[in-house]
Design a protein around this ligand. Structure first.
Ligand SMILES: [Zn+2]
Length: 411
């Protein structure tokens, strides 16, 4: 085979985050085989005309199993406790087919919004049993052509106070759960839950991703204990905490100290803007706090951070389209990011969450899977500013979706 025909597909004139000068990307056997100013080839080609390509968005925190529930519950809830109770009451009756159908609806929206990798948190306890986990396993298998789904098994309603939960978590880990999560603030003994989760993580050699410090009272938190356990077990780089809204309530000096602690312990932080803004600061009558931890400031201090979706259309967050580009734009707006920081905001839904998930094969680089999305813009900065359409997406070099440009019918 000559060098001329060594590719299955060529993307011509693609701009990447690292190079504003358009280049060609050659794909072979589902992988990026070459990147150069001009590739000689007779392979089929797609001329991108200088548009921005990314390896797809990476969503580190998404609850597929309890998505799309707005039609079946009252809408008077408002607090975090109300949301947990509302879903707890509903999930006893969840059937696998129902969870699958709701999850598929969100997954398909995520795919056409350009997401190529997802970590999904699945509730495991005696009420739901392993039905949620079974549904997610089926989704992971059935949508593998479009998206890599990583499954995080976790107890939403407590572990040490909820007999039977630990055995179910172990069953999920034995049956292919990719990592373990938790929610210490719903446990009667939060530190014991953290200890137990780390024990399980080590026993199964999986990463840890916890819901943590989800209120605006910085006078107490579980962050110290998570950092301590991470360091004690040499788990640096394998632990993430989601929400961490308490950090948003810290003045600069304490914020910097917390960032230093997180960076040293190798504990990553996931900010969930839609939920954090919806649920935090509800007791304020005016001047409501945002309740959003400013992730890009943590990144400056060496903390790996992501911005993620969390919930879609349920009592925790009655909004959602599973678009991470929209979420990054929303984050940038609320976090008052400057234009010069927009690229850093895009990193929060691309390269940084890939690092958080320890994905060794993410990015537009030779040798990586040809997971490629094309945005209708020419730079990362403009992607955050303008919310361009995601025009098309490829998984391992195979086209997964294409969006038609809107047409104006002038009179
Ligand atoms: Zn969550």
């Amino acid at each position: 085979m000559s060098a001329k025909t060594a590719f299955d597909l060529i993307f011509r004139h693609a701009v990447t985050q690292s190079s504003a000068v358009p280049a060609d990307i050659g794909v072979s056997d589902g992988r990026i085989a070459a990147i150069a100013p001009h590739l000689e080839s007779e392979a089929p080609e797609i001329d991108l005309g200088g548009k921005l390509v990314l390896s797809g968005f990476v969503d580190t925190h998404l609850h597929l199993d309890k998505a799309c529930l707005l039609g079946r519950c009252g809408h008077e809830h408002g607090s975090l406790g109300d949301a947990i109770a509302a879903v707890a009451a509903m999930k006893r009756d969840f059937a696998i087919e129902d969870i699958y159908a709701r999850g598929a609806r969100v997954l398909e929206r995520a795919i056409v919004a350009g997401t190529t990798r997802i970590r999904t948190h699945v509730e495991i306890d005696p009420r739901i049993g392993l039905r949620g986990f079974e549904a997610i396993k089926a989704l992971k298998r059935d949508y593998a052509w479009a998206i890599d789904l990583s499954t995080c098994a976790f107890p939403q309603e407590g572990l040490t106070n909820d007999p039977g939960t630990e055995e179910l978590l172990v069953a999920a880990l034995c049956d292919g759960a990719d990592l373990i999560g938790g929610c210490p603030y719903t446990d009667t003994d939060p530190h014991a839950q953290i200890e137990k989760l780390f024990d399980l993580a080590q026993a199964f050699d999986v990463d840890v991703d916890l819901h943590l410090d989800f209120d605006l009272d910085p006078s107490w938190w579980h962050l110290d204990e998570v950092c301590r356990q991470t360091e004690r077990r040499n788990y640096q780089g394998r632990v993430a905490i989601g929400h961490a809204t308490k950090l948003s309530a810290l003045p600069p000096r304490q914020f910097d100290a917390a960032a230093t602690k997180l960076a040293r312990a190798g504990v990553a932080v996931t900010v969930l803007p839609a939920t954090d803004l919806y649920l935090m600061g509800r007791d304020a009558t005016h001047n409501s706090p945002r309740g959003l931890t400013v992730a890009h400031r943590l990144v400056e201090k060496g903390v790996v951070c992501s911005v993620a979706t969390n919930n879609v259309l349920n009592p925790f967050t009655p909004f959602g389209d599973a678009s991470l580009l929209r979420m990054a734009n929303f984050y940038a707006n609320v976090a008052q990011a400057s234009v010069g920081e927009f690229d850093a905001c895009l990193d929060l839904v691309t390269a940084l969450p890939a690092r958080l998930m320890n994905l060794g094969d993410y990015g537009i680089a030779v040798g990586n899977p040809a997971d490629i999305i094309v945005l209708d813009t020419t730079s990362g900065r403009d992607a955050i500013a303008e919310l361009p359409d995601v025009l098309m997406g490829f998984k391992q070099g195979r086209k997964v979706f294409e969006r038609q440009k809107a047409v104006l019918f002038r009179p």
